[in-house]
Design a protein around this ligand. Structure first.
Ligand code: PGA
Length: 228
């Protein structure tokens, strides 16, 4: 059985020093981590390699992800980080987050290009979508190898999550549209109190957590609440 994914998206938060405290705090909790869950942490680019060396101090296996990737293979694209560079450090990459679409003008075409390059280099894309049209625009992307994260705009960073029933309905629609094997996460104001209501839905395979992942204790409580 596929593991439930709990993905932390730190966004533009946490300095190296703050991350060190986060790791120290996270590792001293005596959680009984279930074999059925997989934790993925997505810090900013500059923290990835440091976090990679620090996660060995965390008792259980933690996977790493990036928050974005270049749509270009390599070359004269100042400031960009390619999938080929990332693959030595991370297993996952978040693509097309609504903040990237809104603040940086990312288009469905960009999302498709990034996803294709990520898959080419062995990364698992976590493609964020807020409607079904965005799913259908993933043209040329091997969607069976892609994870979709349903993130309704009203729920991201607002403290007002969608209902588990709506999230389930959306996840079911994605699977009917692209295939039952595809994995679908829910994201938007997930916390330790509501996480279980989402992952207990039949078509929701995990969660993408922003704000509530910034405190090690709260994030730990999310993981813990899925163990019972
Ligand atoms: P939030 O963010 O948990 O703070 O709503 C989720 C996300 O943006 O992925």
């Amino acid at each position: 059985m596929e593991k439930t994914l709990i993905v932390a998206n730190w966004k533009e938060n946490l300095t190296a020093t703050q991350m060190e405290s986060w790791v120290a705090e996270f590792s001293i909790f005596n959680f009984q981590f279930s074999n059925e869950t997989r934790v993925v942490i997505c810090p900013s680019f500059v923290l990835i390699s440091v976090l990679k060396s620090q996660v060995s101090s965390i008792q259980h296996q933690v996977y790493l992800g990036a928050q974005d990737v270049s749509k270009f293979e390599e070359g004269q694209y100042t400031g960009e980080v390619s999938a080929k560079m990332l693959k030595d450090f991370v297993s996952y990459v978040i693509i097309g987050h609504s903040e990237r679409r809104k603040c940086f003008g990312e288009t469905d075409g960009d999302v498709a290009k990034k996803s294709i390059l990520a898959l080419k280099h062995g990364l698992i894309p976590i493609v964020c979508v807020s409607n079904l049209e965005q799913v259908s625009k993933c043209q040329g992307v091997k969607v069976s190898k892609t994870i979709f994260a349903y993130e309704p705009l009203f729920a991201v960073g607002t403290g007002t999550p969608d209902t588990p029933e709506n999230a389930q309905e959306f996840a079911e629609k994605i699977k009917s549209a692209v295939g039952q094997d595809v994995r679908v996460l829910y994201g938007g104001s997930v916390n330790a109190e509501n996480v279980k209501s989402f992952v207990s839905q039949p078509d929701i395979d995990g969660v993408l957590v922003g704000q509530a992942s910034l405190e090690a204790e709260e994030f730990g409580r999310i993981i813990k609440s899925l163990n019972h």
